[in-house]
Design a protein around this ligand. Structure first.
Ligand SMILES: [Zn+2]
Length: 242
């Protein structure tokens, strides 16, 4: 099955593109996971888009139509060059940051959400990068026990956390039991929208949503571990030749 994840919703975003993707998803009755930045201070976003005073109403309306809202960091500003336990990139708001600081970020983020009536069960970090202290911080300051970010064939549980795989940045047929396609609507161009719509048209019945996922006590299998190892080995070889 396939899942859609949308990253970087906040008071500073490309409202037109977000409206466009919302309409597209509604047309195919696909409910995404949306990563909301509680206190966006990322200059790339803040300086690119004007402040949207309606944003939190919109987030609330997404929640009402069963889109799953995820806590997507706190400020979305990178302070380390660490990759942590999911080293997709080597920049992070969380990986390598002391536990106390991570706790502070998560509890403040949740407080912002609560102020606007947003509930969340999911976390994913900016740049996909977090570490064991991020999990500790989530455990100590929140009820969040689900992470959308790992390379695997299917959802698995490790210690108290369920990890939802997130393997691709654009739609394509992939052989995994569960695949999350991660999109950044702010950066989508005409072609991205068309390819996405074509894929929905052909594969509509293969899409699921967060509320239908099975959070059983499934441990990561040898196959999941192999996929993760293979993915990051290929990635690091590629980086060597950059
Ligand atoms: Zn982001």
């Amino acid at each position: 099955m396939y899942l859609i994840r949308l990253d970087d919703a906040s008071e500073y975003m490309d409202v037109e593109k977000w409206n466009r993707i919302e309409k597209l998803l509604d047309r195919y009755s696909i409910k995404p996971i949306v990563g909301v930045i509680p206190n966006n201070q990322d200059k790339e976003l803040v300086n690119s888009y004007s402040f949207d005073p309606e944003f939190w109403y919109k987030a609330k309306s997404w929640q009402e139509k069963k889109w799953a809202i995820a806590l997507h960091g706190y400020t979305h500003v990178y302070s380390t060059s660490k990759g942590g336990i999911n080293p997709i990139n080597f920049q992070s708001e969380f990986a390598g940051v002391p536990l106390e600081e991570q706790k502070r970020k998560i509890s403040k983020g949740i407080k912002v959400f609560r102020n606007y009536g947003i509930e969340t069960k999911i976390f994913f970090a900016p740049s996909h990068t977090f570490d064991h202290n991020t999990l500790r911080a989530l455990k100590l300051t929140s009820h969040i026990r689900i992470i959308s970010d790992t390379i695997a064939n299917d959802i698995y549980k490790r210690k108290e956390f369920h990890f939802i795989p997130q393997q691709s940045g654009s739609v394509r047929r992939l052989p995994f039991k569960l695949t999350t396609f991660c999109y950044h609507p702010n950066n989508m161009n005409e072609e991205d929208f068309i390819l996405l719509e074509n894929f929905f048209e052909k594969h509509k019945s293969e899409f699921t949503c967060f509320h239908k996922l099975n959070f059983a006590d499934r441990k990561a299998t040898i196959y999941d571990k192999f996929l993760k190892k293979a993915y990051f080995s290929i990635r690091s070889i590629r980086n060597m030749f950059r």
